[in-house]
Design a protein around this ligand. Sequence first.
Ligand SMILES: CC(C)(COP(=O)(O)OP(=O)(O)OC[C@H]1O[C@@H](n2cnc3c(N)ncnc32)[C@H](O)[C@@H]1OP(=O)(O)O)[C@@H](O)C(=O)NCCC(=O)NCCS
Length: 164
Amino acid sequence: MSESASLRSETPKDYPATRELLLAAFQRPGEADLIEALRKDGDLVFGCVAAIDGFIVGHATLSRMRAPFPALGLGPVAVAAAHRRQGVASALLRWTLAREQKDQWRAIFVLGDGDFYGRFGFRTELATGFGSPYSGPHFLAMALNGELPAREGQVDYAPAFDRL
Ligand SMILES: CC(C)(COP(=O)(O)OP(=O)(O)OC[C@H]1O[C@@H](n2cnc3c(N)ncnc32)[C@H](O)[C@@H]1OP(=O)(O)O)[C@@H](O)C(=O)NCCC(=O)NCCS
C-alpha cells in the first residue's frame, strides 16, 4: 500500500468526505445514501477510512445482517480513482476484518469477486447453504471466532440495502 496511507475508524467528521468519495467511486448516489441510511438506522457496525495527508481516499463498511447468528455484511468498499491498484482496498479489508475477530460476530458475508475476496479468507462454499437474494457464485462468507454456528438459514443485509 502507498506508504503514507493510514487506516482508522471513521468519525462523524469524516461523513462529508466519505459521501464525496462514494459519490465519485460509484458515479451515483445510491451507495452514499445507503451508508447514511445504515448510520441512521443504527446498522452500520464499523466504518473504516484510509487517509493520505489528511484526505480520505478509501472507505469500507461492515453492517449488521439479519441472520441465524451474529453476522455482518461487508460493503460497499470504495477507493478514490487516483489511489487504486496500490493496495488501499486490500489494506482496508485486512484491517477491518482483523478487528472483527475480537468481537462477538460469527460470520461476514460479501457479494463480490471470489478471486479478490478469497485473498482475505472468504469462501463461496461457506455461503452456499444460506438463502439470500444474492445466493450464487459471487456470494461468499467467512467464519469469525470459530466455525460457522450453522450452515443454512436465511441471511439478509440490513433493511437499508433493500432501498439501494
Ligand atoms: C474495487 C476497489 C475498491 C479496489 O480498490 P483498490 O485499492 O484498487 O484495490 P487493491 O489495490 O487493494 O487491489 C487491487 C487488486 O485486486 C483486484 N481487485 C480489487 N477489487 C476488485 C474487485 N471488486 N473485483 C475483482 N478484483 C478486484 C485488482 O484487480 C487488483 O489485482 P492485482 O493486485 O492482482 O493487480 C476500487 O477499484 C473502487 O473503489 N472501485 C469502485 C467502487 C467499487 O466497485 N467497489 C466494489 C464493490 S462494493
